[in-house]
Design a protein around this ligand. Structure first.
Ligand code: PGA
Length: 249
């Protein structure tokens, strides 16, 4: 089955209710590019309003708890995201791995919870700068993939986002050859573990993607889309990424 291109905006901790108008503009413009799946992951507080303002649009969470409910102050479960109208969730973002001390086992449990709640899951992996500089990036990322990807899932609902930590929010990007090598290695590891089902999984690149570099980065082998932070907050910055992705065919 051909993998559809997928461009996902991660708003991080940005956006008050007035920003729902930006989401509406993004989703409206995305309709011009029906070959690309477009999703936005705003803060929890905006999910319900965004779903109401853009019916049928793909809106997601940036994290979820692995339990369905319970005494976990401040947390939100995958079931709650689905109940609010979300259709996807990001798990394992490096800002949560590093800032909140999340382990591969935690992330695997969150991915399982998201899938069980009926959500699509984007599971993030990526190496720190010193690992890239020491030449160990592929081994590091493949270990994250081995330990955080669940055993059983619907491949069309589980995507992996490769996000080198040193490229996030910095304006630095890996070479296209490095992106292709990493994505090829991830696809190879997934195929070795899951067989042909790995062909249906989408592999996204994330880290300083913008309208100027999207065509080059997303044209690399085994790159099925992008996870975009800073350039996803406005239609003016995000829609060119969607358009560049659509132009890749
Ligand atoms: P960036 O963030 O596009 O601002 O680099 C990407 C991400 O963290 O998902």
């Amino acid at each position: 089955m051909a993998r559809r291109k997928y461009v996902v905006g991660n708003w991080k901790m940005n956006g008050l209710s007035a920003a729902i108008a930006d989401a509406q503009a993004i989703f409206a413009a995305a309709k011009d590019h029906p070959g690309v799946d477009v999703a936005l992951c705003p803060p929890f507080t905006l999910i319900g309003g965004m779903v109401a303002a853009a019916p049928g649009a793909a809106v997601g969470g940036q994290d979820c708890h692995s339990a369905a409910s319970g005494a976990f102050t401040g947390s939100v479960s995958a079931l709650m995201l689905a109940d609010a109208g979300a259709t996807l969730v990001i798990v394992g973002h490096s800002e949560r791995r590093e800032g909140c001390g999340e382990s591969d086992a935690d992330i695997r449990a969150k991915a399982e919870a998201g899938l069980a709640a009926g959500l699509s899951v984007i599971l993030c992996v990526g190496e720190p700068r010193e690992v890239r500089e020491s030449g160990g990036a592929i081994d590091y990322v493949l270990a994250q993939v081995a330990q955080s990807v669940p055993d059983d899932f619907d491949a069309t609902r589980l995507s992996i986002a490769y996000e080198p930590i040193w490229a996030i929010g910095t304006g630095l990007v890996p070479t296209v050859a490095d992106v292709a090598a990493m994505h090829g290695a991830i696809r190879g590891a997934l195929t070795a573990r899951f067989g042909g089902k790995a062909d249906d999984m989408r592999l996204l690149y994330g880290g300083s993607v913008n309208g100027d570099n999207a065509a080059e980065l997303l044209g690399a082998g085994d790159v099925d889309g992008a996870l975009v932070g800073g350039a996803s907050l406005t239609a003016a910055k995000f829609v060119p990424i969607v358009a560049a992705t659509a132009a890749l065919g």
